[in-house]
Design a protein around this ligand. Structure first.
Ligand code: SAH
Ligand code: MG
Length: 212
């Protein structure tokens, strides 16, 4: 299969209007660091939405023959609910009478030939975490953004990484005027464990690496 360069991939995501919240510089970094981490173990993301980040991760793990666990209940976060700021009518499922991004996610996986690399897990982060035992090389946290959800995802899932594994956290804003503080608090808690160091910050995407 043709191995796309990341810039081509990002251009295709734009061209095909795949819904999502990743800026181009963040998308590039996500791809690069997933390649690094997935040398050491499988990749996992919390918050797949319509599959934009998943396409990047799937293409990154392809090089090492690994997989991405794409975890999302596909019911949307608080801000995606009807009458909230990021509600999208196209993702409202009349039959279920709720937001359901899974059909759109499936379509994105098919369009980008990612089905061999991606294992969708349709459940809440917390439920899965309680049963998760596979050591991971890369974790991307981009699920619920409340203080509680972000803190849980950062702290609990970072513990599943092997030494050298990479943790990427999206929507990290130091200044409350720029955005919610959940991911920032989560990142700080991970750093306070003394087991991680920061490698880089690209826009709102923070990259940490497990050191011990
Ligand atoms: N990474 C995506 C954007 C994710 S948006 C992109 O690049 O475009 C956040 C997603 O997190 C939503 O799809 C929502 O359904 C999911 N989510 C929110 N809380 C969750 C939870 N507790 N467990 C699993 N998924 C959750
Ligand atoms: Mg995000």
């Amino acid at each position: 299969m043709k191995q796309n360069t990341v810039k081509e991939l990002i251009a295709q995501l734009e061209q095909k209007n795949i819904k999502g919240f990743l800026a181009n510089d963040e998308a590039e970094a996500l791809f690069r660091y997933c390649q690094l981490g997935s040398e050491l173990g499988a990749a996992l993301e919390i918050g797949s939405y319509c599959g934009k980040s998943t396409v990047l991760l799937a293409n990154a793990v392809k090089y090492v023959g690994s997989v991405v666990f794409a975890v999302d209940h596909h019911q949307g976060s608080e801000e995606h609910q009807p009458s909230e700021e990021y509600f999208d009518q196209a993702l409202f499922d009349e039959r279920l009478n709720r937001v359901n991004s899974f059909p759109y996610f499936q379509k994105t996986m098919q369009l980008f030939n990612c089905e061999d690399q991606v294992i969708p897990v349709l459940t809440a982060s917390k439920k899965l975490e309680a049963h998760w035992a596979t050591p991971l090389g890369f974790v991307f946290v981009d699920g619920g953004h409340s203080h509680e959800a972000s803190y849980f995802d950062c702290v609990a899932w970072s513990k599943k990484l092997v030494v050298g594994g990479v943790l990427a956290i999206h929507d990290v804003f130091e200044n409350p005027h720029d955005g919610g503080q959940g991911p920032f608090l989560g990142m700080n808690a991970v750093l306070e464990s003394g087991q991680f160091k920061q490698l880089e910050k690209i826009n709102s995407l923070v990259i940490l690496q497990r050191t011990v």
